[in-house]
Write a protein that binds this ligand. Structure first.
Ligand code: ZN
Ligand code: ZN
Length: 335
């Protein structure tokens, strides 16, 4: 039973989105539990097909999956000798969030394959919404300059794991794989370790990077970039804004007006992504009214959202004698 997502869908790794969709549709139809009431295994197959398409049908997830696959890292290792027994969807969940077993780690850290690292950066709300460039200093693994990545000299195949880098413990169905402690999972030992990198072949270094953020970037979005020959997956965390919140392309905010302004109407300067813009409050605007500023939202894939402004009316408290007299007059005048 394969765990390769492309094999599950019976397509090549270079297949287009359309080919994937078609393969998925055909297989899902064929294996749908409703169409196979006498085949209890159909449900399991159907689930695997859906899980596979969930990843491969999503360009971002597919890219991450491809990277791990090509990086020589088997995303599904740990299942023993190839035939794993874990539930596919559990493994996928752990790969793509949710679980604690994300191979990227919770924050920054190295992915399992050399040359691919994952970092998380925080970007301002407005930069995410409008797009732009951010400069960051990232701590990234780079090839050790002293040993050129060799880690030292006198390389020998690890005697404990025989070069596999992993050791299994337990028996049969219940065996699990662990990274080899003797060689640190590298599969070889070194007679003389490089003093700069301690044998790892790479060192962490502060790299100044300039990242281009696409307009409409969302919280959790992962950008792929190349830094010093290494692929770096940069996960974005969008900072909260004091004024704006965002849902997709639309921006939300609120403005506060006085009772008199709401009753008589007024105009206000309201912050937008492009600076302040005049907003008219019509006479008789009710508290909680939502005004739509068209085209003032986030541009994403060529479509622009709106800015939705909730009008909050602040009623006066602690009235002066004069104000009290005036409000009494208002009450007596009715309405
Ligand atoms: Zn070993
Ligand atoms: Zn070194």
């Amino acid at each position: 039973m394969t765990k390769d997502l492309y094999e599950i869908l019976g397509v090549g790794e270079g297949s287009s989105a359309d080919e994937l969709r078609k393969a998925y549709r055909d297989l899902a139809k064929k294996n749908h539990p409703d169409a196979n009431p006498d085949d209890p295994a159909a449900e399991e197959r159907f689930k695997r097909i859906s899980d596979a398409y969930d990843i491969l049908g999503n360009p971002e997830k597919r890219e991450q999956y491809d990277l791990m696959r090509k990086g020589g890292h088997d995303p599904f290792s740990g299942g023993g000798g190839g035939e794993g027994f874990g539930d596919l969807s559990d493994i996928l969940r752990s790969m793509f969030g949710g679980g604690g077993g994300n191979p990227f780690g919770a924050g920054r850290g190295r992915a399992a394959s050399r040359g691919v690292s994952q970092v998380e950066i925080e970007i301002p709300f407005v930069t995410a919404a409008r797009g732009g460039t951010v400069q960051k200093t990232l701590r990234l693994p780079v090839t050790c300059h002293k040993c050129n990545g060799a880690g030292g000299s006198g390389r020998e195949t690890c005697a404990s794991c025989g070069g596999a880098g992993r050791i299994s413990s337990g028996h049969g169905l219940f065996s699990t794989m662990h990274p080899c402690a003797n060689c640190g999972g590298r599969g070889y030992t070194l007679k003389t370790k490089c003093t700069t990198c301690g044998g790892a072949g790479e060192i962490n270094s502060n790299e100044k990077v300039s990242l281009s953020i696409p307009p409409g970037a969302g919280d959790g979005m992962t950008l792929r970039t190349s830094i010093g020959g290494n692929t770096v997956l940069v996960r974005l965390r969008v900072k909260k804004d004091r004024f704006f919140t965002r849902q997709g392309r639309d921006l939300f905010c609120s403005v506060t007006v006085s009772a008199a302004q709401a009753v008589l109407g007024t105009s206000l300067m309201v912050r937008t992504l492009d600076g302040k813009v005049k907003l008219k409050i019509k006479p008789g605007t009710q508290p909680g009214t939502i005004l739509r500023m068209r085209g003032k939202g986030v541009v994403h894939n060529g479509v622009t959202g709106d800015q939705l402004v909730t009008v909050v009316v602040k009623l006066p408290v602690d009235l002066t004698d004069d104000q009290h007299a005036l409000w009494t007059k208002v009450r007596e005048a009715g309405s």
